[in-house]
Design a protein around this ligand. Structure first.
Ligand SMILES: [Zn+2]
Length: 259
């Protein structure tokens, strides 16, 4: 069940958004809401304000049932989260934003604008070929729209493999570079992995980690960069020491397993 952070008041007076509420306000809502006051964004079922085991506030379906698929619940929860964070970063933001350029039409999952900077965030959990990622990406870059792909874990692994193969083919002549390790990412496809649970987390190839606000702010201000096949912010050093630690740990385990 994807944790959604926003629910609408049934009487049309607006929304309750966990990102905009203090702990005290959230507890107050938990005490004072009546069933039916708030509606889930996915299916309009009664929403119940809760706090996860990790202390993260979210809305749950009353009784746990939802008529929409797990996949579309996840997608919706992610869109609402990204839109809310963009708003917190000072953007005018909306979901399902249509637009078009010379290379074709788009409908951005989340769209943000700030001081003349336009950003499209695409959230992807179902399969899409590398070719289609690039085609859709091109529509944004051709129009000077910044973009970011946020992928579910499985999707990210699949795409990382395709991108790695592409790099190997086009940049390394099909031969693994000396050392065998190389970053799989392509500079024309800004991408990171988004996990919603247990708490929203951003990860990526080469031990990239960030908070969602830090990542979005970096994209808006041109600080999310692809360096040697790895997307990073300003944490390439800590990423490579994390990679080194992990390799050492794996080597130590191999030694231990052989003795
Ligand atoms: Zn629902």
């Amino acid at each position: 069940m994807a944790m959604v952070i926003e629910a609408a008041y049934a009487d049309g007076t607006g929304v309750a958004n966990a990102l905009r509420m203090s702990q005290v306000q959230w507890h107050e809502l938990q005490r004072n809401y009546r069933v039916g006051d708030l509606q889930m964004p996915c299916c309009s079922a009664p929403a119940v304000p809760k706090v996860s085991a990790n202390g993260y506030p979210f809305f749950a379906h009353l009784g746990g049932a939802c008529t929409t698929s797990e996949e579309s619940q996840w997608h919706l929860a992610a869109k609402i989260l990204v839109r809310s964070v963009l708003e917190d970063l000072g953007c005018r933001a909306s979901v399902e934003m249509p637009g078009s350029g010379d290379a074709g039409r788009w409908q951005a999952d989340v769209w943000g604008e700030r001081n003349g900077v336009r950003l499209a965030v695409e959230i992807q959990r179902s399969y899409q070929s590398l070719r289609d990622y690039r085609k859709r990406q091109g529509r944004y870059s051709d129009e000077g729209v910044k973009s970011l792909w946020l992928l579910g874990q499985e999707r990210y692994s699949t795409l990382a493999k395709s991108m790695g193969k592409e790099r190997l083919r086009t940049e390394f002549g099909g031969k693994f570079p000396p050392g065998g390790h190389f970053g799989p990412c392509l500079p024309d496809l800004p991408v990171a992995m988004l996990e919603l649970e247990p708490v929203p987390t951003i990860k990526g190839a080469g031990f990239f980690t960030a908070t969602l606000p830090d990542l979005l702010e970096a994209v808006l201000s041109n600080r999310f960069l692809c360096i040697d096949g790895l997307w990073c912010i300003n944490n390439l050093d800590s990423m490579s020491s994390a990679a080194k630690r992990s390799h050492e740990l794996a080597a130590a385990k191999r030694v231990a397993a052989n003795t």
